[in-house]
Design a protein around this ligand. Structure first.
Ligand SMILES: *Cc1c(COP(=O)(O)O)cnc(C)c1O
Length: 409
């Protein structure tokens, strides 16, 4: 008899975005002909840029000839991409990395979800709340979360609230944490951490032997020069942090799939007997066994992002989305809504009107303004009373959505 991993059965039945899809479908059936503006799901809308497309075409052509054909590549990624990553994303900020500290992957969702493979099941987990659901759900699957309680929290997870009352700045919790997830700029709140705030967490990790898993998927959206792009800008982080990056939001790779993870040589975790083990070695072993590398064509596409044309092109797209964010933020604030984020991230975190619940506000927005957002509570208990809007839409849709919301309010 094959037994299942029963931890999977603890996961609540449906996923946030399928609940939303159901509500949207009901609306469509009962309101035929009404068009909806979707500012809910965090996918990009602008196509890949010419430099990326050109590189992919060249790579495809290379596959047609025996001399240039590429089969299995290194599981950790090709040096041509790793070198660009090190030079542009780290050396430019004074961070030195070795090639073997960079692991090219098919995206940050896989890596943030899979990293648990190399960590024991009985670590305590800490998350800022609200948060990208993958961090918690992947720990549920790994048996690390405990049980789901009535308040919507898992018993072995420490929730660190990030709410308007504390300016969305996480405070050090009383209970010790073994593994802490941080995501900055943040999805879903669109807020950031200053160097001083991030330093506080690195110092906490060093003092408490905590491993930080730092998700920097939205790093490219940072506009303020004072905000750190990488956790390794903070002294000591090389000893206690793993960092995840993705080309998805940076360069429209949500369908192409490419990201990378940095595991510095100095990061270690303990065995039960207290011996220190290099996580770089373990992650390398894990990837070599379970992952066969990101496709050559994709890695050439990612390399092109770092070319001068590529950099110019993605900057234009990021500016486009950030202009959307500004238009939406100003529009919503002008009618008295409280809006957070949107300055250094493509997300707006909107406080619901009159203390409505996230889902009630979602319904009102859907039925009265025909705009689809994402209920904040779907990202964790502290998301209750908020709604997330994304700036990844088309300009016309953002403008039209603001018109509709103003009319409704
Ligand atoms: C979109 C997103 C990612 C990127 O995931 P990919 O698998 O690289 O597409 C990672 N983390 C967060 C918080 C995200 O919102």
């Amino acid at each position: 008899m094959a037994l299942v991993n029963e931890h999977f059965l603890k996961l609540p039945g449906s996923y946030l975005f399928s609940d939303i899809a159901k509500k949207v479908n009901t609306f469509k059936v009962t309101h035929p002909g009404k068009d909806l503006i979707r500012l809910g799901i965090g996918d990009v809308t602008q196509p890949l840029t010419p430099a990326v497309i050109k590189a992919m075409h060249v790579a495809v052509d290379e596959m047609t000839s025996k001399d240039t054909f590429r089969g299995y590549g290194p599981e950790q990624g090709y040096d041509f991409l790793i070198d660009e990553v090190i030079k542009h994303d780290f050396a430019s900020r004074g961070i030195q990395l070795e090639r073997s500290e960079v692991f090219i992957s098919d995206g940050a969702k896989s890596d943030t979800g899979n990293i648990g493979d190399i960590l024991r099941h009985d670590n305590t987990i800490g998350v800022t709340d609200p948060i990208y659901p993958v961090y918690i759900d992947s720990n549920v699957m790994g048996g690390r979360s405990g049980e789901l309680q009535e308040d919507g929290k898992w018993s072995n997870v420490v929730y660190i609230p990030c709410i308007s009352e504390n300016d969305f700045i996480p405070q050090i919790p009383e209970k010790r944490i073994d593994i802490l997830y941080l995501c900055y700029p943040n999805n879903p709140t669109g807020t950031t951490l200053s160097k001083a705030e991030l330093k506080k967490w690195v110092n906490y990790a060093l003092a408490n032997d905590t491993l930080i898993l730092f998700d920097a998927a939205y790093e490219a959206y940072i506009q303020d020069p004072e905000i750190p792009h990488s956790i390794y800008e903070i002294k000591g982080a090389r000893k206690c942090a793993i960092e995840f990056k993705s080309f998805s939001k940076t360069a429209g790779f949500t369908g192409i799939r490419c990201g990378y993870t940095i595991v510095p040589k100095e990061v270690t975790a303990a065995t039960l007997s207290g011996e220190r083990v290099s996580l770089n070695k373990l992650w390398n072993r894990r990837q070599s066994t379970k992952f066969n590398g990101t496709s050559y064509i994709t890695q050439r596409a990612a390399q092109a992002v770092y070319s001068p044309e590529g950099q110019k092109e993605i900057k234009e797209i990021i500016d486009y989305y950030m202009t959307n964010a500004r238009i939406m933020k100003e529009g919503l604030e002008s009618i008295g809504l409280q809006v957070y984020g949107g300055d250094n991230a493509p997300y707006l975190w909107v406080k619901t009107l009159d203390g409505l619940s996230s889902w009630k506000f979602f319904d009102q927005l859907l039925y009265e303004a025909n705009v689809v957002g994402t209920p904040g509570v779907g990202f964790g208990p502290s998301g209750e009373g908020y709604l997330r809007l994304t700036a990844f839409g088309n300009r016309e849709d953002c403008l039209e959505a603001m018109k509709r919301i103003k009319k409704w309010i």
